[in-house]
Design a protein around this ligand. Structure first.
Ligand code: MN
Length: 470
């Protein structure tokens, strides 16, 4: 029997605000002392009053628009109760009944669409670190602003699960909603997987693999769950609805808690925070602040780039932003140059730290289009633009110093051609060409190139030779 997998994904995205969701302390705790970015609101001192961060609302609007979602003009917060040492309030402030972001969709590079059910704003929990006989609590992360994006169960392969998560990452980073630092948990994925016999009208029992923090582990965990569930069903066993953990080291998921232990969160409206009421003008106005998104680049470059080139480049938002700044006619040339550096030179990180200016890149494209630089020379100058010692001098000066600017001046080229044609060693080739032997033109062009020390534009040279020998 053939089983069809069905996958839905929940993704928590940390918003790139300066301060926390409900207080005015620093939202960036990277490298800071534990419990140093904490306000009385975060540790729930009695009498504290949370106050909503407007910037988080603005970023949520951008996130929603990036996913083609409806923005709800009225949304509200709820309390989700649970007791855990990393959450001193005893509840999480989240949007359960009235989320800010409504339905929409994310389009994958393959053209498939994954529907978004909704996305809501909420505060993060703190962090526990466990030791042998004790645990330590760090509240720096408490009420860091998150949006939780809930997809419909629209995904039917581990590969598409991977592609969906990656596309979400791109959307959030391009939109400026999140720094997208996966290593520091800026985006975390919960993957729901079930399988059902082909043609079945109902979905199978699902399991949820929680807290994955890379696209690769999403793909591997989904693959593992599909195989595990298939094996269970094939041997006549039942799948238990449960939460499972993933280990990158073992490549396996393991059961953590089953449905019987499912919590009752006792949701209730959050009384301390008034509803968010947005005007449609404000939403429209904020939406216009979305910069060029992956879909815009796909439209812009269309089929002009070979194979996967554009998809590879799209993983580098800074680079794409730079390409967005250069003139359209040079964008394809530069995309190919960047791709060759990223793919072949294997120095991507180093190269991408410090990109050349748009001005230098535009000049490079212009020199190439004007045939002042051959394709080899263009790449040579391009690589020199990454050299901090060289780049200050500007594209043209670098090309001059390298001595690789092509001679296009027809008058100057004619003088060189005449010198070559006057040489006795070219006499036979000239006679052969006149007698109809086409291919000796290559030899003559080569002689002119030599005479010009490689600076002549070969196609211009050929044109002059043909004129003179006809
Ligand atoms: Mn959540």
């Amino acid at each position: 029997m053939k089983y069809i997998p069905t996958i839905g994904i929940e993704c928590h995205v940390q918003l790139a605000t300066k301060t926390k969701l409900f207080s005015e302390v620093d939202n960036d705790a990277r490298g800071k002392e534990p419990n140093s970015c904490v306000s009385p609101v975060d540790y729930a001192l009695p009498g504290m009053l949370p106050r909503l961060n407007g910037e988080a609302v603005r970023l949520a609007i951008l996130a929603g628009r990036a996913m083609n979602c409806k923005i709800n003009l009225e949304s509200r917060f709820d309390r989700k109760h649970y007791f855990y040492p990393d959450s001193p309030k005893g509840y999480q402030i989240t949007q359960f009944y009235h989320p800010i972001i409504g339905a929409g969709y994310v389009e994958l590079p393959s053209g498939k669409r994954v529907a978004i059910e909704h996305a809501h704003l909420e505060g993060d929990a703190g962090k526990l670190t466990h030791f042998d006989t004790y645990s330590l609590v760090d509240l720096n992360r408490v009420d860091t602003p998150l949006i939780e994006i809930v997809s419909m169960p629209d995904i039917h392969s581990a590969k598409d699960a991977h592609d969906y998560c990656k596309e979400l990452w791109r959307l959030m980073v391009y939109a400026g909603v999140s720094y997208g630092d996966l290593y520091n948990g800026n985006m975390r994925f919960d993957v729901n997987v079930s399988i059902a016999p082909e043609g079945a009208t109902e979905l199978g029992t699902r399991t949820e693999v929680k807290n994955l923090n890379s696209f690769r582990s999403v793909e591997r965990a989904a693959e593992y769950e599909i195989a595990r569930q298939t094996k269970l069903l094939e041997s006549g066993e039942k799948i238990i609805q449960e939460t499972r953990g993933w280990s990158d080291a073992t490549g396996k998921t393991t059961g953590q808690r089953s449905k019987e232990e499912a919590k009752d969160y006792r949701y209730m409206p959050e009384p301390d925070i008034p509803p968010i009421r947005l005007s449609s003008e404000f939403v429209e106005d904020e939406s216009t602040k979305l910069p060029l998104m992956p879909a815009d680049y796909r439209k812009k470059f269309g089929g002009k780039l070979a194979g996967d080139t554009l998809e590879v480049l799209l993983d580098y938002p800074e680079l794409m932003r730079k390409l967005g700044e250069v003139a359209d006619e040079g964008a394809v040339l530069l995309s190919n140059l960047f791709a060759s550096v990223l793919l072949a030179e294997e120095k991507s990180a180093e190269y991408l730290n410090d990109l050349p200016s748009a001005e230098d890149l535009n000049e490079l494209c212009k020199m190439n289009l004007d045939k002042e630089l051959s394709s080899t020379a263009t790449k040579d100058v391009f690589l020199h633009l990454f050299d901090p010692q060289m780049r200050g001098r500007g594209t043209r000066t670098i090309a001059k110093e390298l001595g690789i600017i092509q001679e296009n001046d027809m008058g100057a080229l004619e003088v060189i051609v005449d010198i070559v044609l006057a040489k006795p060693e070219t006499a036979k080739a000239q006679a052969d060409f006149k007698a109809g032997e086409e291919k000796v033109i290559g030899f003559l062009v080569g002689q002119v190139m030599k005479e010009s020390h490689g600076k002549a534009n070969p196609s211009a040279v050929q044109e002059i030779l043909r004129k003179k020998l006809s």
